[in-house]
Design a protein around this ligand. Sequence first.
Ligand code: ADP
Ligand code: MG
Length: 248
Amino acid sequence: MNYSVEDLQSQFQRLRMTETSKELPTFLRKAESNSWTYQEFPRELLTYEERRREEKMIERHLKMAKFPYQKTLEEFDLKEQPSISERQLRQLRELSWLEESFNLIFLGPPGVGKTHIAIGLGLEAILKGYRVLFISMGELIPLLKTEEYLRKSQLQMKKIRDADLVIIDDLMYMAMDQNEANLFFHLVNHLYERSSIILTSNKGPEEWGELLGDQGITTAILDRLLHRSEVLHLDGDSHRIKHRQTLF
Ligand code: ADP
Ligand code: MG
């Protein structure tokens, strides 16, 4: 029987090996010119397919994460932020907190790098295959409130609930009413022990009570957030102001 390259390509496609299917002619040429052995040939194909799948997964996860900007931990200048040590950052990078579903809480005034570190860690997590979602508290509340009747909110909330790491940025910058605090509690309760949360806030947990209103809910939320967590305080002057660009 005589198979054409196209036949082989569609067979690979039916097996969902789309990447191999596309590159098959190139691989056939390489196999010939490099005299690949029977073992080398399938190995080359499979390695390629695996690598491309991983790359595509990372691309998908990066898109899904919805980072407001992409900055890596390498771009974070520790000299500018002495309240976090090189060793601490290295430990955070290893992501054992994520494996163990620990939460991280970054506290400090505006511009000290809370969001930058959160995004940097989120990027690391994506490169290791985790699903990450970034959302600001200001976006999260309307999402929770419209989840019941808006399909778009339902889909986004599902992604949040299924993520391995949820970054909630700028927690408690505004007061919540009873209903909002309740919805937030249910989310935290769902994520608790199932995934990790990174929170950033310019207010300490002792002040969160005032903003959440209800004492009972505040205690319940704090309980879950803080139970397995690492709290890191960043301070100093705002990086934005120090590196302010001026027109004149
Ligand atoms: P916030 O603490 O308010 O979340 P950001 O993390 O958004 O602050 O930081 C504000 C800006 O300053 C960002 O562009 C961030 O990349 C930059 N930045 C802050 N701290 C550092 C740092 N130590 N090294 C490099 N860039 C920094
Ligand atoms: Mg921020």
